[in-house]
Design a protein around this ligand. Structure first.
Ligand code: 1GP
Length: 251
């Protein structure tokens, strides 16, 4: 892939007015072969990218192995989604270079970024500057990232953070309800952020069915991320196909 090619590819897919689906592969749960198999099946069902990472990933060799296997198995971009410095490994096409803007701990806002940046450069990873906003409480991302979760019913707060992200030059916002969350981010919040932020709007956490993905798409999500849903084997893949249909039309 060309340097800078991942963001360009995402933006050009979005010009077709579609909401894209990214799948999150947790290398610690599945192992390299299973991760590659899952990614390949997800690509066939319409996924536009594979995210590799998560809040609790600490084994760099395992993550690098998963990235290698996935990259050999799919044509769509493989994008790192690090929860900490250990999530920066070689071999991927790009990295969601996130700042957890509503963390209470500077480590997750700028310090892990400073510690990881030299490796991003050395590995030639395309950095996608991303404001990572944790919505609600009680999830792993919330706990591990020392987040002061934005209340689920306060869309204006999420919109204000997203506007700040835009003024800071970030080109991606990721609204994170947390992996396995009981409910996704609300469409009202997505709509408020959409009105404030002109970059790529990613929404994830607790999205398990086509109807939910469809509502988030209509509200203005550019990308929906699914992870836990795919762990349900064949049923998960069938749901992914239905989801691709629900969000794949013009908005
Ligand atoms: C987590 O948004 C992702 O970062 C995916 O969440 O596992 O709930 O699909 P789920």
């Amino acid at each position: 892939m060309l340097k800078g090619g991942v963001e360009a590819r995402i933006r050009s897919e979005l010009e077709g007015k579609k909401t894209l689906i990214f799948v999150l592969v947790d290398s610690e749960v599945s192992g390299a072969d299973a991760a590659a198999d899952l990614a390949a099946r997800a690509e066939k069902r319409g996924a536009s990218a594979v995210l590799v990472g998560g809040s609790t990933v600490t084994d760099q060799a395992e993550t690098a192995g998963a990235v290698r296997s996935i990259r050999g198995a799919v044509g769509i971009p493989t994008i790192l989604f690090p929860g900490n410095v250990a999530g920066v490994v070689p071999g991927a096409d790009a990295i969601l270079f996130t700042s957890l803007m509503n963390s209470e701990h500077p480590h997750f806002i700028t310090q892990a970024q400073a510690l990881g940046a030299p490796s991003v450069l050395r590995y030639g990873l395309e950095a996608l500057p991303t404001a990572y906003l944790v919505i609600g409480e009680g999830t792993t991302a919330w706990f591990v990232g020392s987040a002061r979760g934005i209340p689920r019913d306060k869309p204006k707060i999420a919109a204000a953070y997203s506007l700040a992200a835009r003024f800071l030059g970030m080109r991606f916002v990721y609204l994170e309800a947390g992996s396995g969350a009981a409910a996704s981010v609300r469409p009202e919040m997505v709509a408020a952020v959409r009105a404030a932020f002109d970059g790529v709007l990613i929404v994830g956490g607790g999205i398990r069915d086509a109807a939910t993905a469809g509502r988030l798409s209509k509200a203005g999500a550019d990308v929906v991320v699914v992870g836990t849903m795919l762990e349900a084997g064949r049923g998960g893949m069938a749901r992914l196909s239905a989801m691709a249909k629900a969000v794949g039309g013009a908005r």
